[in-house]
Design a protein around this ligand. Structure first.
Ligand code: MF3
Ligand code: CO
Length: 313
């Protein structure tokens, strides 16, 4: 009887240890697969760098042409032409959200339009406006996504401050895009800077992973707690994109079904870069023309904006 009992016990123990190691193996395998999907290979990274550089070149040219009297349709058409000349495609045009299809080559959002504005003939820029120029392109199978809000002629000091603080918050956030850090580290840094300056962070829209498609996991919110949320890993590509309103964070949708508007009708700003996560120093891939080294560009930007951030290199 005793022998039988201990044999049964042995069987049970063996069964449990087999079951546990099976599940452990399954877990490791699942994690590896997930990492392979989210993290990019060396070749993918080269393609993401190329797509980032091209999207930044288009963005630069469009921002340079902004002036009073121009319609957002004209800017969008120019964007489509630049893309055609460069042999690349818009990742916005034809983008689907449910049954809706995004109609223009770029997203152009004026004043209280926060994000996803459509280029239209009736929207004529005037002195004192601000316009967010958001360019996402596809090149060799990969997407590059970047945005900048620029003044139309001379803007009021308060609006100029909104643009400066939003751009600063992008760089203050993206320096946390490092191996093993968490999305909450980026979000918290962005949010603290914006709110310290008395502006409002938009929470309805967030940054995102990027790769063969425009919006991939993980989400990159512009708010959060340090050390919280998804962990960033070497080789991930992400878009950091703070959207900031002057006073209220509340958002409402325009009738066109795409444009997000500030409920209080005050100006809004949006800055974005595509990043490759690494150890030591974060890599911006949406480098404007004239920059060949991501680190040099980041250092120049931090200096220009007088941000006292020490880079680990
Ligand atoms: N940078 C914007 C975003 O990530 C670009 C959107 S393109 C659109 O949401 F087609 F979705 F509008
Ligand atoms: Co984006």
């Amino acid at each position: 009887m005793r022998v039988v009992k201990s044999l049964a016990f042995l069987k049970l123990t063996l069964f449990h240890s087999f079951k546990n190691s099976f599940f452990r193996l399954l877990k490791t395998w699942a994690c590896k697969c997930l990492e392979r999907v989210i993290c990019k290979t060396f070749k993918d990274k080269e393609r993401i760098r190329a797509a980032g550089r091209s999207s930044a070149a288009v963005l630069d040219r469009l921002c340079a042409m902004v002036e009073p009297g121009l319609s957002t349709w004209e800017i969008d058409e120019a964007g489509g032409e630049f893309m055609k000349d460069m042999g690349i495609k818009s990742a916005c045009k034809g983008y689907r959200s449910g049954y809706r299809v995004f109609p223009s080559y770029t997203c152009l959002s004026v004043n209280d339009e926060i994000v996803h504005g459509i280029g239209v003939k009736e929207r004529i820029l005037k002195e004192g406006d601000v316009i967010s120029v958001d360019v996402c392109i596809r090149e060799d199978g990969f997407v590059g996504d970047n945005c900048r809000t620029v003044p139309v002629g001379q803007v009021s000091p308060e609006v100029a401050r909104l643009l400066r603080v939003t751009e600063e918050s992008l760089y203050i956030g993206l320096v946390h895009a490092l191996h093993k850090k968490r999305v909450g580290d980026i979000g918290n840094a962005v949010q603290r800077h914006v709110e310290n300056e008395g502006f409002a962070i938009i929470t309805n829209f967030v940054g995102h992973g990027v790769g063969r498609t425009l919006h991939e996991d993980p989400q990159i919110p512009n708010y959060g707690k340090p050390g919280a949320g998804a962990q960033l890993r070497k080789g991930m590509a992400i878009c950091v994109e703070p959207m900031v309103n002057t006073k209220s964070p509340r958002v409402r949708m325009a009738k066109d079904g795409w444009t997000a508007l500030a409920e209080d009708q005050l100006p809004s700003a949006h800055f974005e870069h595509t990043m490759l996560v690494d150890e030591g120093i974060p890599e911006i891939v949406t480098l404007p023309p004239g920059y060949h080294h991501a680190t040099k560009f980041l250092k120049t930007k931090l200096e220009q904006l007088s941000l006292p951030i020490e880079l680990d290199c």
